[in-house]
Design a protein around this ligand. Structure first.
Ligand code: ADP
Length: 458
């Protein structure tokens, strides 16, 4: 009779599926670099390389009070930012939860809700104290809207498509700045929308404000994206606009779309295919679906479901709770990986408390190892994206800092180390010259700095 496979035997199969060799990574970097260039040369490419109309770096001397509104995924956030110059600032903020219905309902209603939150924020933060708005004070607003928009100027932006599970109606293809201004008018707020920006662009500018060695910004949260500063002469698709070719402009890569539809370059497992097929946008955001916080838990869950179907896991137990799509949050992967106990008590806790399932120690070790494989693959693919920008811009020899933000980067244990290890696998020792660090609050502070830079330009 056949000998029963142990959990360690099963793990070997997943190791080979989820592991990326340095050689494979270098192939991805090469294709990625070409994709970035294509996006700069031709309009409407899969990785759109969106010109942001944010020209050059901040001086660090930008000053004043600014409002920032951040619509980026899980929460809606309103901030009051006081820039003090010399790379310093103060910020106060309030978060408002978005419901699933709001994300799918009518777009104008979504912006009305944003204006309503802004209204509440202004009401509650007006007074004579420090860090408060003066009564009647009119303020410039930076709106951080972190979905791909095509822009022709800084206070305008047509939504190309929703990402990160949003699907609000009557919004794709429309000028979201215009829609938002309409909502602002309804509430008669003393606020002027000065800049529409992406969180990644904001992160780039905010990080450079405090750390001028920063050349690239990356976000690893619900979604995944990057921005960097490009020479206008290299953005040949906007040559006709007659912008000074000697100038610099920030580019919002929208790199989450890398390898969408073609599926030529990235190593996708059958679990990734299921995630894609069952998503609200099949085919799109192929890179993001292997990396970002929205999907990692689901990938792990799909592996567990396969092993349940094969009769390997949880025999004789009711697994219905675990069979619900997206019930396994990426935060669980973090928790499992950081469990300090030999018995893996944290893993016991997750499975009994959230899924009413008993586990053996061998199973728990397997779950943790699986989390590690999926988390490590995400970090190494992220390194490929960073390496593509580094290669394109020739930053390897002089080195640069990369401002990084998002829960996956900030909370997933070892994520940054794995990105750095990946960069060394790609570039050898020189990979050490590229260092990521926890970025400044891009969608708040960055948005304020860009609003300030824009004000000065006019
Ligand atoms: P957003 O990108 O929506 O602005 P975040 O950067 O907080 O916000 O990212 C949210 C994503 O991060 C969610 O998909 C969530 O599953 C994931 N996440 C939240 N906490 C953790 C954690 N501790 N470890 C890993 N991922 C997490």
């Amino acid at each position: 009779h056949a000998t029963k496979k142990t959990m360690a035997d099963h793990l070997r199969k997943y190791e080979s599926l989820f592991t990326l060799t340095p050689q494979r990574m270098r192939m991805i970097v090469e294709a990625f670099t070409e994709t970035l260039e294509l996006g700069l040369n031709k309009p409407n490419q899969i990785v759109p390389m969106i010109p942001t109309y944010v020209f050059g770096w901040p001086t660090g001397q930008e000053k004043g009070d600014f409002l920032a509104l951040d619509l980026g995924g899980t929460n809606l956030r309103v901030c009051l930012v006081t820039l003090q110059g010399e790379g310093k600032f103060e910020i106060s903020q309030t978060k408002y939860r978005l419901t699933e219905e709001q994300k799918q309902d009518d777009g104008q209603k979504l912006f009305d809700f944003c204006a309503e939150c802004l209204h509440t924020f202004v009401e509650t933060n007006t007074g004579e104290g420090a860090g408060q708005l003066k009564p009647g004070q009119s303020l410039p607003l930076g709106f951080t809207f972190s979905y791909p928009c095509s822009q022709e100027r800084i206070d305008h932006g047509e939504l190309i498509r929703w990402t990160k599970g949003f699907g609000a109606g009557n919004t794709e293809g429309r000028d979201v700045a215009e829609m938002f201004k309409k909502s602002l008018e309804k509430y008669q707020l003393p606020i002027k929308l000065t800049a529409l920006i992406n969180d990644t662009t904001g992160t780039l500018i905010a990080s450079h404000y405090v750390n001028p060695k920063t050349k690239i910004a990356v976000i690893f949260g619900t979604g995944c994206n990057a921005a960097y500063m490009e020479n206008v002469k290299n953005i040949t698709k906007i040559e006709h606009l007659g912008i000074d070719p000697g100038a610099e402009m920030a580019i919002n890569c929208e790199w989450g779309a890398f390898d969408s539809f073609e599926h030529e370059h990235l190593p996708r497992t059958k679990y990734d295919t299921v995630v894609d097929d069952t998503s609200n946008k099949p085919g799109e955001q192929a890179f993001e679906k292997l990396i970002s916080g929205r999907y990692l838990g689901e990938i792990l869950r799909l592996v567990l479901c396969e092993l349940i179907d094969e009769g390997v896991l949880f025999l004789g137990q009711n697994t219905y709770k675990l069979e619900k799509p997206y019930c396994f949050d990426t935060a669980f992967l973090s928790l499992m990986e950081s469990d300090p106990t030999d018995e893996l008590l944290m893993v016991i806790g997750i499975f009994t408390h959230f899924f009413a399932l008993e586990t053996t120690l061998a199973e728990r070790q397997f779950f943790r190892a699986l989390a590690k494989l999926i988390g490590r693959r995400a970090a190494r693919l992220s390194a490929c994206g960073i390496a593509a920008i580094v290669s394109k811009m020739n930053y390897l020899d002089e080195g640069c800092s990369v401002g990084a933000d998002g829960s996956l980067y900030n909370k997933y244990p070892g994520f940054a180390d794995r990105v750095h290890e990946g960069l060394q696998d790609i570039f050898g020792d020189k990979g050490r010259n590229i260092v990521t660090y926890h970025a400044e609050d891009g969608s708040g502070v960055g948005s304020a700095i860009i609003a300030a830079m824009t004000k000065h330009r006019k």
